[in-house]
Design a protein around this ligand. Structure first.
Ligand code: GLV
Ligand code: MN
Ligand code: MN
Length: 418
């Protein structure tokens, strides 16, 4: 790896992340959602970088930017006809950090550039992918971009609406694309040798263990329960406490119950309520109608499914006790995605080659790899982030760690057997 300079790669990664981080819907915080003008600008910047890196650039109907480095010529007899896909996402949560997703895209470009700039063809092609819909902030669904690339996009998703009533179909059209072309975004499983994603850990394990890089063993499965509580709106000053049917008080009890139950699993399951929607909220009105979403995750599918069933019973009992109408809908049920054993070993060897010890750990966060696993074997490399903080503007990974990560990614590509 004599021709790889991790310090320089880390500094370049940081500069690119700062440039991407300036592209936001808001002046004072990072907010870049799927198929928005900000997504357009970020995709354009990524495309410019890919071109400068020597890659062939294209974009699919959901705005995923692709940078292609062709494999060794057929005549050379080394071409496997396969591709190694390297990706992550450029959409963000609201008030996001600079690194989540964006680092993986930047790292993919820098790694591919290493080969392209040297004119170094590999026995397989490289495709760097910048997805735009990992966070699921705009529409009530996630991973539509990677699902399209994996050939498992659900056309029914086109009817999903954002908070302004704009459907995904309309958003695609406004982005200048044709929804009819989404099917054309798919790679075929026969041509894909694997998918690798580099991502900040978004948790504290690597930092606690003093290691810059880790190998992901699996991406946790997820369930979402959408809980609708129907009480009775009323006057906050006149309705006696014992006569209320307060949907928000019921929601509060359910939120605490979910937290308590998750704590009782000793780390096997995590449960979060990050969205509570009160219909017609006002300080002087007893909430008559509330919808909350419980996000439940675990590396163990049986533990997650058992938790969902037990939580549903608790929710029912809170609603009954409070005389609230109840509708519970499971809006997501995604199994745990294992990372491929050979890719894990390849990542571990690459990390060792950069001089650090590869720690194996599971990902509690969701990633595009979950969709890409429908296409072929996947793997992920984690990069230490300060305090384990993510989905927060304080998110930080050092240039030194990012440089090592890109160097390890280059090493992984060199050792990859398609
Ligand atoms: C995405 O960041 C998720 O894990 O929900
Ligand atoms: Mn991410
Ligand atoms: Mn995220």
């Amino acid at each position: 790896m004599a021709d790889v300079d991790p310090q320089n790669l880390g500094e370049r990664a940081e500069r690119m992340l700062l440039a991407l981080g300036a592209i936001s819907a808001e002046p004072r915080r990072l907010n870049r959602q799927f198929l928005t003008p900000e997504h357009r600008r970020a995709a354009d910047l990524v495309g410019t970088w890919m071109k400068a890196a020597g890659l062939d650039v294209s974009e699919d109907a959901l705005g995923t930017v692709r940078g292609h480095w062709a494999s060794a010529g057929l005549m050379a007899g080394r071409n496997t006809g396969k591709r190694l896909l390297i990706g992550s996402h450029i959409d963000t949560v609201i008030d996001a950090g600079l690194y989540d997703g964006n680092l993986g895209v930047v790292a993919g470009i820098l790694a591919a550039e290493h080969f392209a700039k040297a004119g170094r063809r590999l026995p397989f092609a490289l495709d760097v992918l910048a997805f735009g819909d990992e966070e699921g902030v705009r529409f009530p669904a996630t991973l539509n971009s990677s699902r399209a690339v994996a050939g498992v996009f659900r056309p029914a998703a086109l009817e999903l609406k954002d908070a302004n009533g704009v459907t995904l179909r309309e958003a695609v059209t406004r982005f200048g694309k044709d929804p009819a072309d989404i099917a054309g975004a798919a790679f075929s499983p026969e041509e894909v040798a694997g998918y690798i994603e580099l991502h900040i850990e978004q948790g504290p394990v690597l930092e606690n263990r003093n290691q810059p890089l880790g190998v992901v063993t699996a991406i946790a499965g997820q369930s979402y329960l959408s809980v609708e509580l129907m009480g009775e709106a009323g006057h906050a000053g006149t309705v006696p406490m014992m006569m209320r049917r307060d949907a928000l008080a019921g929601a509060a009890e359910i939120i605490l119950q979910a937290e308590l139950m998750a704590r009782d699993t000793s780390g096997a399951v995590v449960a979060t309520v990050g969205v509570v929607t009160i219909s017609a909220p006002a300080t002087n009105v007893i909430a008559g109608h509330v919808v909350l979403i419980v996000d439940i995750r675990s590396g163990s599918d049986p533990a997650r499914l058992d938790f969902v069933e037990r939580l549903k019973l608790e929710i029912r009992s809170v609603a009954d006790r409070r005389h609230l109408g109840l509708q519970v809908t499971q809006t997501r049920n995604v199994a745990t995605t294992p990372c491929d054993a050979a890719i894990q070993d390849g990542i571990a060897a690459a990390i060792r080659a950069t001089g650090s010890e590869p720690l194996r750990l599971a990902s509690g966060a969701g990633h595009d790899g979950t969709a890409m696993a429908q296409l072929g074997p996947i793997g992920m490399m984690f990069v230490r982030c300060r305090g384990g903080v993510s989905h927060n503007p304080a998110e930080y990974a050092s240039p030194a760690d990012m440089g090592l990560a890109v160097a390890a990614l280059i090493r992984f590509i060199e050792g990859f057997k398609a």
